[in-house]
Design a protein around this ligand. Sequence first.
Ligand code: ZN
Ligand code: ZN
Length: 125
Amino acid sequence: MSLIQCKDCGSQISDSAAACPKCGAPVPVTVGPDQIQCPFCMTPLHKDASVCTGCNAMRGYATNANGVMTSKGPVIAFGIVLPIIVALVVLPFYWPASLVIAAFAAFGTWRVKNGPYWYKSKVPT
Ligand SMILES: [Zn+2]
Ligand SMILES: [Zn+2]
């Protein structure tokens, strides 16, 4: 056990505490090489986990209309490939629209490059 500094209020707290006794901020835990930490509740999870066991947060690339997490595939298909095709089709007719659609594809590319992201669950815990 050692003392660490709370990232929120700066007070010295034990690293075995789950939360700062002063301000209630969750204490970061030391995770193993196969582990990641939920950014919302600090629960250590397996690095491939897509759902947090602590707060039901979800990890993925995007959420669909129903709030369900999607994997990389649909993001590549609808966020990159489809916009590029549409941009090329529209290009001879109205190029400003192509620019906007190309920007959309660029965002999709950036999104996929950045890897999965944690989304706060709408499901109450
Ligand atoms: Zn604190
Ligand atoms: Zn969590």
